[in-house]
Every structure is written in structure tokens, then in C-alpha cells.
Ligand binder design. Structure first.
Ligand code: SF4
Length: 242
């Protein structure tokens, strides 16, 4: 590993420590969600908030008693069940396509076969399925399989670029860069606390830099130092709640 990567790795550790000091160690359920559930929940979460995707996920769970029932259900019915999460047709197509491919690979409709694979093999396997992108696949790796992988959503992409840990245009590039240098054992707390930072403090339009725990470490040139009287907290994370 070259010197530049070593420096970035040390900075990631420092940022992670500051985030843990500010937000704490994030909650994690004792029983991690099974990979099929995590994958479907992540599809539902695209372009909506965690509250709506959680509602849509629960609607699916209440309607269908098994993955097989869901796989056999008519598209129009699924669209209706997940309506609250938006993009019903597109999300139904992704779920249906995933379950069709899964059925071909494994008649038991589970993802147990990926557990023995390396991170890169799992990413390649899952993203080869239409409708499953890197973010969805990486969420399965982190939230179900407890791999040291940091999924990159819009919050993680924005905050990592502002802090200066990466300089990238697209979340997929951010993911690739962070994947190769993430220190061992920190993925869940780093990912979750960056999302909290992005939701509560490092907001897209007007970051609340005056109350940010990373102020001294951050490279962002357009810091907003307006005084802040109150920060709204949001602790709910879909994939640690299913
Ligand atoms: S100092 Fe400002 S721009 Fe930098 S991470 Fe904190 S809120 Fe974001």
C-alpha cells in the first residue's frame, strides 16, 4: 500500500473516532437480517425515506408468508402492496427479476450460497442481476453478512467528498475508493454515523458546520458557520430494523 493510502487510512480512523464520540456506537440487532430480506428492503429504499420503505417492507411481510409466495404473486398486486415507497413498477420489476434469477440458481429461494464467497465475488454475483446495483449488493454484504464493506448512498458520498477523504463524482467511484482502504472492523459504525452526519448536520444545501464534530478535519471550502440552535436527530436505519 502506498504512502498516500496509509495517510488516508489514518485519517479515516480519526474521522471514525470523532463520529463515534459524537453519535456513539450505532445500534445493531443481535440477529442480522437474512440476505434476501436485506436485498428486497434495499430495493424498496431507493429514492424514498426509511419510514416509507420500512412501511412498504412490512406491507410485503404481512401480505406474503414466504419468499415463494412473493415470487409467485402478480406484479400488479406487489405494486399495490409497496405503493407507499414510490416507483412501484420499477421496484416490483427489480424484486421479481431478482427472485426469478434466484429461483434458477437455487430452488430454495435463499442466498445461502453467497456466504462462502469473497466480497468481490458477491458484488459481481449480485450486480449481474438486472435491477441490483452496487449499493444494494454492498448493503447485503454489510448488514446481513457483517463484512467490512461501507455502502455508499447519497449522504456517504457527499460527506466523504466534503471531508476530503475522496474526490469523486459518482457514489460508485466513492465506494470503490473507500473499499480498498477501509480499516478493519469499522464499516458498520463508519457507514451508519456518516448517514447520521449527512442527515442531521452535513446537509446537502446548507451544512451545519458550526456544530459539526469534524469541523477541524474537514476540507470543504464553503463551510457554513451560521449559529445553530437545534439539531434534529434521526436514528432510524431501515436495515438495522428489519
Ligand atoms: S464541517 Fe461542514 S462540510 Fe465539513 S463535514 Fe462538517 S458539516 Fe460537512
Amino acid at each position: 500500500m502506498n504512502k498516500k493510502y496509509v495517510v488516508v487510512k489514518i485519517k479515516i480512523k480519526k474521522i471514525n473516532k470523532l463520529l463515534v464520540k459524537h453519535f456513539g456506537i450505532p445500534y445493531r440487532p443481535q440477529r442480522l437480517p437474512n440476505p434476501v430480506d436485506a436485498l428486497i428492503a434495499t430495493i424498496l429504499s431507493q429514492n424514498t425515506n426509511d419510514k416509507n420503505s420500512y412501511q412498504a417492507y412490512n406491507n410485503l411481510k404481512n401480505k406474503y408468508n414466504s419468499v415463494k409466495e412473493l415470487a409467485d404473486a402478480p406484479r400488479s398486486e406487489i405494486e399495490n402492496v409497496i405503493r407507499v415507497a414510490g416507483l412501484g413498477r420499477q421496484k416490483t420489476a427489480s424484486i421479481k427479476n431478482f427472485l426469478t434469477v434466484l429461483k434458477r440458481k437455487n430452488s430454495r429461494l435463499n442466498l445461502n450460497y453467497i456466504k462462502k464467497m469473497s466480497d468481490n465475488e458477491i458484488l459481481a454475483d449480485l450486480t449481474s442481476i438486472n435491477g441490483i446495483g452496487v449499493k444494494t449488493a454492498s448493503c447485503v454484504l454489510l448488514f446481513s453478512l457483517d463484512r467490512n464493506i461501507c455502502p455508499v448512498d447519497t449522504h456517504v458520498h457527499r460527506t466523504l467528498n466534503r471531508i476530503g477523504l475522496v474526490k469523486t463524482k459518482a457514489p460508485e467511484r466513492t465506494f470503490e475508493q473507500i473499499k480498498s482502504i477501509l480499516p478493519d472492523g469499522i464499516a458498520h459504525q463508519f457507514h451508519t454515523n456518516l448517514i447520521k452526519l449527512g442527515r442531521e448536520i452535513c446537509k446537502p444545501a446548507k451544512p451545519l458546520c458550526s456544530v459539526c464534530p469534524l469541523l477541524k478535519e474537514c476540507d470543504f471550502k464553503s463551510k457554513n458557520m451560521d449559529r445553530v440552535s437545534q439539531v434534529r436527530t434521526n436514528n432510524f436505519l431501515l436495515l438495522d430494523s428489519i
